[in-house]
Design a protein around this ligand. Structure first.
Ligand SMILES: Cc1cc2nc3c(=O)[nH]c(=O)nc-3n(C[C@H](O)[C@H](O)[C@H](O)COP(=O)(O)O)c2cc1C
Ligand SMILES: [Mn+2]
Length: 494
């Protein structure tokens, strides 16, 4: 049973998820699935679609079993280059490296734009107070068999305030439903929301919290990538969008949430109040931590739009998802390397399956030691330092986004005895699978210089490959034959 598209007729605000959906639909990249169950089916379908398609569409689940048809779940929002570009307000025709280049330029010149506080918006279309509300009136998925519960927060916003200086922060920290009016969240050490929470705990005061579970994906990017402390995530997103994000001031907490969001709550954490949370499949592709006591938010008010949409980005195995993370991290590392003065950087890429664990850098070598300098900076600059493992430097004839080329460069231009270095006691974290529980904290880095050795780079064996000139001439003369061969062998190619 398919449901006809019901996008809001008033989707005119640029920070509105529904306008984003209209644009994705114009790209032909929005699919709808009706009738899936919240318990494992939505998670499994999202995963299988990622597994089967190299450029997967965004998928909207409607008519979820046991729920009103238009309480919806949207997944796989940012799983290709085009939708990541659309979301970051960049041209959608660019390939990965030109997009990374455009993004890093944009980030370098980004001027945050102060959010504009408004008094109404679609998020207020429905309002329910503490005695009425039920977090499970939405089709919150249990994404994977091993998950400890139903996670409403995987691509969302958690808004908190610093009890000392009043600054607000918007972070993305996983949220599990614990009952009609309770949710638990996990924030890892050092995150801005955790700093606010710890300060309030020390003061012995309840901490007000607001959360948003469906919003323009740019706001999810702002909440889940490293916006520096002191920069408000809404202001950062406004700068990216080129216009201020419209926010409402929550009546109970004074915390701000986007006027065009889909579902929002206000509530508070009482110091010391915890419930068992987790386990949850995490971004390295493993269950890294056991079920443990985490802070509980008592939900005091619920707001939602008509036909609300929960956005979901549960961490699947990174071999099949995470395109936006790869693109954004690559741009951030590239900028940090340039700021550190590394010259002639021709490409930086954090390959998809490796998430943070690998960075590949292409340079045009200028002096002895240039490759080593690039490697050390890439793996120790701020956006590249946390939870890395391998850093590979290649010459600029290698396409850093193509792992086949990178592996060929490693195999033919590095010699393990002379091209590899290990840095010890570098920055790791609780989610590092290879570090045993009693040693979490540090790990190491392997630097691989897979560039032609500087000293004799001019005498390095030439590559056996036709020249660009010959290729062009042959391609234009033989195009018809080449197309015939490609189409007649298509069936056998899969
Ligand atoms: C899909 C997704 C889920 C995330 N879940 C968590 C989480 O559960 N806990 C956490 O501490 N960080 C999580 N992160 C990472 C933080 O959102 C990220 O570090 C962000 O920069 C934190 O914001 P802050 O710097 O304002 O603290 C997640 C990131 C993504 C992309
Ligand atoms: Mn922050």
């Amino acid at each position: 049973m398919a449901i006809s598209p019901q996008l809001s007729p008033q989707a005119t605000n640029n920070s509105d998820l529904r306008l984003w959906l209209e644009n994705v639909e114009k790209l032909g990249q929005l699919e709808r699935i009706a009738g899936a169950h919240w318990d494992l089916e939505i998670g499994a379908l999202a995963e299988v679609i990622l597994e089967r398609l190299s450029s997967p569409p965004a998928v909207m689940f409607e008519s979820v079993a046991g729920y009103p048809p238009m309480r919806r779940i949207l997944v796989n929002m940012l799983e290709n280059v085009e939708r990541t570009a659309l979301t970051l307000n960049l041209p959608t025709h660019l390939n990965a490296i030109p997009l990374i280049d455009a993004l890093r330029n944009k980030l370098r010149h980004l001027e945050p734009l102060k959010a504009s506080v408004v008094s109404s918006g679609p998020i207020l279309e429905n309002q329910e107070a503490e005695d009425w509300l039920d977090m499970l009136s939405f089709p919150v998925p249990r994404w994977h068999e091993g998950d400890g519960g139903r996670y409403i927060g995987t691509a969302h916003l958690v808004i908190t305030r610093d009890p000392e200086n009043g600054n607000e922060n918007v972070g993305c920290y996983r949220v599990m439903v614990q009952g009609k009016d309770k949710v638990a969240l996990y924030i890892s050490p050092g995150k801005h929301g955790r700093i606010h929470l710890e300060k309030s705990m020390r003061l012995g005061r309840p901490i007000p919290v607001a959360m948003v579970f469906g919003q323009h994906p740019l706001l999810f990017v702002a909440a889940s990538q490293a916006v520096p402390i002191g920069v408000n995530e809404y202001d950062w997103a406004g700068g990216m969008l080129g216009e201020p994000i419209e926010v409402l001031r929550g009546p109970l907490t004074g915390l701000h949430f986007p006027a065009f969001s889909e579902i929002a709550i206000e509530g508070e954490i009482i110091p010391g109040e915890t419930l068992p949370e987790g386990p949850f499949g995490e971004w390295p592709g493993y269950y890294a931590s056991a079920r443990r006591a985490e802070p509980v938010v008592r939900v005091k008010a619920l707001y939602y739009r008509n036909d609300p949409i929960i956005c979901g980005a549960p961490p699947f195995k990174p071999t099949i998802h995470g395109m936006y993370r790869a693109l954004i991290r690559s741009a951030m590392i590239w900028n940090a390397m340039e700021q550190a003065g590394v010259p002639e950087i021709r490409g930086v890429f954090a390959p998809l399956p490796a998430v943070r664990f690998m960075t590949v850098v292409a340079i045009r070598q200028k002096y002895p030691g240039h490759a080593k300098q690039a490697a050390i900076v890439a793996c120790q600059c701020q956006p590249g330092a946390y939870l890395g493992r391998y850093v590979i430097v290649v010459d600029d004839d290698i396409d850093v986004t193509n792992l086949n080329e990178v592996i060929w460069a490693i195999c033919t231009r590095s010699d393990p005895a002379t091209s590899v270095d290990i840095l010890r006691r570098t920055w790791s974290g609780p989610l590092d699978p290879i570090i045993p529980p009693e040693r979490k904290g540090h790990n190491s880095r392997m630097i691989i210089e897979a560039t032609r050795p500087y000293e004799w780079r001019d005498r390095f064996p030439p590559i056996s490959k036709i020249s660009d000139e010959t290729r062009k001439a042959v391609e234009s003369k033989w195009e018809a034959e080449l197309s015939r061969v490609a189409s007649s062998s298509r069936g056998r190619n899969t």
